[in-house]
Design a protein around this ligand. Structure first.
Ligand SMILES: Cc1cc2nc3c(=O)[nH]c(=O)nc-3n(C[C@H](O)[C@H](O)[C@H](O)COP(=O)(O)O)c2cc1C
Length: 189
């Protein structure tokens, strides 16, 4: 698939089925992430591949986070909210959590480490698309939670950039649009 075609036609896929993508395809996607540009060669991206029962365990961690925010966690309404939260990671057969571990080299500008990991995410979304797989990048409270970082066994300086939900879709991809690039661009000549 042509790269411009992949960039333009990639869509966030909300509904993925439970068919597990072969490990070789997941590895290709991880390799694509690993080829992202990196200033000072720090390669700050880290990947956590969550499949099978680990998704349920992640859901438990996410429901516990939500529980702490609810007034009466035992009410019927709270029970519904918590059950729904616990099921969220089951929406895809595979979740790749992309972490960033910024280098402690004083020469390195921290925001550049996040830029590099963001490029890794896009490489992975495009590669998945070119392999016939659907993805949805998600963040939400779980992406900023110490409890989730602990569950993943992250380094204390590491942060979560997002959760790539990965799988196959039975439905036609949704449409999407962007505003004019001209309005976002200034040419200086
Ligand atoms: C950093 C980041 C975080 C995102 N988090 C969420 C999210 O938590 N939930 C969600 O439904 N979509 C999330 N998205 C996906 C966007 O909603 C999606 O990219 C947007 O609707 C455009 O659709 P497209 O990707 O199909 O072009 C996120 C996207 C980015 C870049």
């Amino acid at each position: 698939m042509d790269v411009i075609e992949a960039i333009t036609n990639r869509r966030s896929i909300n509904k993925l089925n439970q068919d597990a993508p072969p490990k070789e395809l997941i590895e290709k996607i991880l390799q694509a992430g690993n080829w992202a540009p990196t200033h000072h060669g720090t390669e700050p991206w880290r990947f956590y591949v969550i499949t099978g029962d680990s998704r349920r365990k992640l859901g438990e961690v996410m429901a516990n986070l939500r529980r702490a925010e609810l007034g009466d966690p035992n009410s019927q309404e709270s029970t519904i909210i918590l059950e729904s939260e616990a099921k969220k990671p089951l929406r895809a057969p595979v979740i790749i959590v992309v972490g960033v571990l910024p280098s402690d080299n004083p020469k390195v500008i921290e925001i550049e480490e996040f830029e590099a990991a963001g490029a890794a995410v896009q490489n992975m979304l495009l590669t998945a698309h070119s392999l016939g797989l659907g993805t949805k990048l998600r963040t939400g409270g779980a992406a900023y939670s110490g409890k989730v970082r602990e569950f993943l066994g992250m380094n204390s300086r590491e942060r979560i950039l997002g959760f790539i939900y990965l799988g196959y879709s039975d439905a036609a991809p949704p449409t999407s649009s962007r505003g004019s690039v001209t309005e976002k661009t200034k040419w200086l000549s």
